[in-house]
Design a protein around this ligand. Sequence first.
Ligand code: NI
Length: 272
Amino acid sequence: MLIDTHCHFNHERFATDLDVCLTRARQAGVLQMIVVGYDLTSSEHAVALAEQHQGTLFAAVAIHPHDARHWTPEAEERLTALAMHPCTVAIGEIGLDFHYDFSPREDQYRAFRDQLQMAHRLHRPVIIHCREAYPETLAILEQVSVAQIGGVMHCWAGTVEEAQRAATLGLKLGFGGTLTFKNAEAIRAAARTVPPDTLLVETDAPYLAPMPHRGQRNEPAYVPLIAQKLAELRGLHFEDIAALTTRNAQTLFPGLAGASSSESSNSPSASR
Ligand code: NI
């Protein structure tokens, strides 16, 4: 069994064939997926999908750094209600994005810190988006003692040194399709060297499809391609990486472990 710890089934690119994608995921052994929100609408959508596919889909809710300029007391109130929903297993994705800078950095910092506080208050782990802001992001996560709530650096793209620092802070590292890209030596180096209990797999679907699907729409059924690459890099069998990353995901997101995935395959909503 594999868990896709980060996908966007709430994205419009899955509006017409979500059930087909879920069937393909199940056939590929990907039995649980976290649907990650990035604004209020997508967070609400994530919770609704998790309600419809209980035990298979789970929600993470948050305002992405791209949308940080829309972080208001009203947004915080709505997000708090969504975060307390039983299908919600994490706050995310939150963080800093200095590559695009779609929101002013001041707003990004404010939304990031406030949502970390919310996660502490509600005892929820965090899913971190970080682009060209590793030193700043890790510094904040250290200040707020992220180890107390747990968190994952999603779609890891930092240096080996930054990966070690993240692991020291008690963070997990999410490896996705980029692990299979030709020019991603630094990512592979990090994947080879971080402690085994930090390893998670994810797709970030519909983005960043692994080889040989690069450039196409990504989907959770491709997680085995990422796990296979990780197995090669660590010198482990595929089954061992599957068991290890599943255990790590269940440790970080306790809401997943309580769910029975056999229950979900019989759920009436799955065939709709
Ligand atoms: Ni994402």
